[in-house]
Design a protein around this ligand. Structure first.
Ligand code: HEM
Length: 465
């Protein structure tokens, strides 16, 4: 279908650099937007190396990704940068622990994210989708920032699934704390990725520590309360499951601090990433009205005016493809980094112990070597998933450190997106395009502003089916 006159040819992207930055310029850029550090070359080459204080390599090659994330995972632990950014918030939790300490936590948490458990949590996602519909409905006839709305919806889900026991969990306060933390601490710590000398002041890191303390206090109180109190019958939440969780090998259980660090990990790692997936999906559907109509037709046919449930997810393949494509173009975790522990050779390049190895999924997912028309929004790429090289598409990482919440996030995103798209029509607001900005996660700067109208045809679709 031809695009209308106001629709630009491609969805928003950031112009990548075509000339090498000096160290100071890099530092300045990194504070603003880490995406702007990725050289344009990274879309045309499998590896780009350089030195900005430290030696670094950016890898955009499926085989090399498999090597780093899976085959030689022991030699590529998460980088010091990652740990520096996250440790003050989430301690030695699943996300950053290494070796045996990581292994036992992963084993203890695995049952929490089993398919059956995730399906059991479906009603919480359905209820959040319903409340989101009510809020979006109040914006009918005008423009709304759908990114903010998706942050609210996914935060409701993650706070209800982590702590459903009615603990005094001040959503707004916790959300503010995470937001401060991500936007301040992470931004400053990006200096580290470039090997900035330690004397570069990092005052904002100190500023955010009060918010962090409040968040920890809330979680600790909930855990202690839960240990001493019988929980209401019903579906166990993530805290119940973690409290029960034990290392199948040793029988060891988590201490209060370990429980708290992991709960906060689920909140920090799970909520903004899923909100971003949804916000970028809505942006892309507004960008391409023909694909939006397809997604709506599918959602209306399956849902017939209902709110989506976990059982609907497999019957919404096109909605899922839209989400997959949004995760390709705007991967929320757009770059992960590792520090090489042993001498190695990657794609013919010498890697020395201490080198920073970056995996910029944003560039991998837009590589001309791997994708046809890589910047275009084409959900049909994912019609046949088998045709896609597993290590060319890594929104959730891969290998032993693959995202433990991937199925949870996909189920939640499909439920919320299908429900919203079945009820509403979303359109771009000219001149208000979001700008992709990478500061720990890939955020739409300026928000995702879309006009909202009620969708018609719901009844027709239901009658026709
Ligand atoms: C669309 C949403 C999400 C995206 C794009 C995403 C992305 C990722 C990525 C790329 C990694 C690997 C990081 C690395 O290798 O350095 C990861 C790890 C992780 N994610 Fe997610 N994630 C999402 C949702 C969630 C959810 C909902 C949860 C939990 C409720 C979660 C919890 C975690 C944890 C605990 C890890 C660390 C796992 C380990 O190291 O064993 N994530 N995520």
């Amino acid at each position: 279908m031809p695009r209308d006159a106001v629709t630009p040819a491609l969805p928003v992207q950031v112009p990548l650099v075509t000339e090498p930055w000096g160290v100071l310029k890099s530092l300045e850029v990194a504070r603003r937007n880490l995406l702007e550090l990725i050289p344009e070359l990274a879309l045309h080459q499998p590896i780009v190396s350089g030195r900005t204080g430290v030696r670094w390599h950016m890898v955009m090659d499926p085989e090399a990704n498999r090597h780093i994330l899976k085959d030689r995972v022991e030699d590529y632990p998460k980088s010091e940068v990652t740990k520096n950014i996250l440790k003050p918030a989430i301690g030695e939790s699943l996300f950053i622990a290494e070796g045996a300490h990581w292994h036992w936590q992963r084993r203890a948490a695995a049952p929490v994210f089993s398919l059956r458990n995730i399906q059991n949590l479906g009603p919480i996602m359905t209820a959040a989708a319903e409340r989101s519909v009510a809020r979006v409905d109040a914006a009918v006839g005008r423009a709304a920032n759908l990114f903010d709305e998706m942050v609210t919806a996914t935060f409701e889900v993650i706070s209800d699934v982590t702590l459903s026991g009615g603990e005094a969990f001040d959503r707004a306060a916790v959300h503010r704390a995470i937001d401060n933390y991500i936007s301040q601490t992470a931004k400053v710590s990006l200096l580290d990725i470039l090997g900035a000398p330690v004397w570069v002041p990092r005052p904002l890191r100190l500023l955010s520590s009060g918010a962090m303390r409040d968040m920890k206090r809330t979680a600790d109180a909930a855990i202690e309360g839960r240990r001493t109190r019988q929980v209401a019958a019903g579906v166990p939440d993530l805290l119940d499951l973690l409290l029960e969780g034990e290392d199948p090998k040793t029988g060891r259980r988590m201490s209060t601090q370990e429980l708290r660090d992991n709960l906060l990990t689920f909140i920090v790692a799970g909520h903004e990433t899923t909100a971003l997936t949804l916000a970028w999906s809505l942006y892309l559907l507004a960008f391409d009205p023909a694909q939006q109509d397809r997604a709506r037709a599918e959602a209306q046919r399956v849902l017939r005016g209902r709110t989506a449930t976990a059982a609907d997810v497999e019957r919404l393949p096109f909605v899922r493809q839209v989400i997959d494509e949004a995760l390709r173009l705007y991967p929320p975790a757009a770059m992960v980094s590792r520090t090489a522990r042993a001498p190695d050779t990657i794609l013919g390049r010498e890697v020395r112990p201490g080198d920073t190895v970056m995996l910029p999924f944003y560039a991998l997912h837009r590589s001309y070597l791997l994708w046809e028309d890589p910047h275009a929004f084409r959900p049909d790429r994912f019609a046949d998933r088998e045709a896609i090289d597993r290590f060319a598409y890594l929104p959730f990482g891969d290998g032993p450190r693959i995202c433990i919440g991937a199925s949870f996030a996909i189920q939640e995103a499909v439920i919320i997106l299908a429900t919203l798209i079945s009820r509403f029509r979303f359109a771009r607001v000219p001149g208000k395009e979001p700008k992709p900005v990478l500061i720990l996660t890939l955020r739409p700067e300026g928000g995702v502003w879309l006009t909202v109208e009620r969708a018609d045809g719901e009844g027709d679709a239901a009658r026709a089916a």
